[in-house]
Design a protein around this ligand. Structure first.
Ligand code: COA
Length: 274
């Protein structure tokens, strides 16, 4: 992508663009970044999510712009970043957070279902990163943070499409980290463990029994909070992480490491009490 040069509306404050920034994790990341002095652009396919997210984020007092965007559509993505350049004249941080997922055995996933998830997660991350590149390259200390999941490097039974897409995002994270280091752009990823938001409560964690069962498999014994994930994103984007690139930070209470034999013994009723 060529640099069109800064637009007329150049802001003094750093600017972060968060895809899927109207709800859940994306909104929590926005709230954390706003407290660190960022102006925000949130992008989403849903007008309702944008309106509600924008309203909630403005309560923090900063500048917040909302851009309707389907990250699967490269023309829409290019237009969105052109608008960011016109209205803000800069971009310092891109958070590729937009995701789509559903639980289904792999053999039942239709080609459209596969394309929907891989399109949002993998294509969307690439299209947004590519369109952000000229703006980020102009900003000292710019970075990208991609939201992945530990099944990017493990296995994602029941969510094969999402696991394949997140694995792609992880490979993209590392590839762009090396390619764009010379342009001063760091590229990292955060892998959240299970987190409760309105969206995940409705879609995934539908009963207290399920939450308890999952929590038992997490060494730290509980779900994460959106704020804990947002802290990691803010850190990786900050100057405190200026020598970190191409890395993935799991914020999951140790979940991906598993509980090994301790879990087996506990399930057999023969485990230690912890
Ligand atoms: N099980 C099986 N197939 C499903 C499904 C489910 N629960 N949900 C959607 N699909 C299939 C649809 O049937 C369709 O395939 P088909 O044309 O062969 O029937 C395909 O996926 C696309 O569905 P559609 O609803 O048209 O796509 P969309 O672009 O509007 O939605 C999704 C994208 C599928 C990812 C949707 O779940 C979504 O938007 N989720 C919200 C965001 C989200 O999931 N976040 C999760 C973060 S963990």
């Amino acid at each position: 992508m060529e640099d069109p040069g800064p637009g007329p509306g150049r802001s003094d404050r750093p600017l972060a663009l968060i895809t899927g920034g109207g709800t859940g994790l994306g909104r929590a990341i926005g709230q954390r970044l706003a407290r660190s002095g960022y102006d925000l652009v949130i992008a989403s396919r849903s007008a309702d999510h944008l309106a509600e997210g924008g309203r909630r984020l403005r309560e923090g007092g900063g500048r917040v712009a909302e851009i309707p965007l389907d990250v699967r559509k490269p023309e829409e993505v290019d237009a969105a970043f052109a608008r960011v350049n016109r209205e803000f004249g800069r971009l310092d941080l891109l958070v590729n957070n937009a995701a789509g997922n559903f639980v289904a055995p792999a053999e039942t996933i239709s080609p459209n279902g596969w394309r929907a998830v891989v399109g949002i997660v993998l294509d969307g991350t690439f299209f947004c990163s590519r369109a952000a590149f000229p703006l980020l390259a102009r900003s000292p200390g710019a970075s990208i943070v991609n939201i992945v999941a530990s099944y990017a490097w493990m296995a994602g039974p029941g969510t094969a499409h999402s696991a394949a897409a997140k694995a792609g995002v992880l490979a993209l994270t590392r590839s762009l980290a090396v390619e764009w280091a010379a342009r001063g752009i760091r590229v990292n990823a955060v892998a959240p463990g299970p987190v409760r938001t309105e969206g995940t409560d409705a879609r995934l964690w539908r009963s207290d029994a399920l939450v308890e069962e999952i929590s038992r498999g997490i060494p730290l014994g509980r779900f994460g909070t959106p704020e804990e994930i947002a802290e990691a994103v803010e850190f990786l984007a900050s100057d405190r992480a200026r020598y970190i690139t191409g890395q993935v930070l799991a914020v999951d209470g140790g979940q991906w490491l598993g509980r090994g034999v301790m879990d087996l013994l506990a399930r057999a009723g023969d485990g230690p009490s912890r």
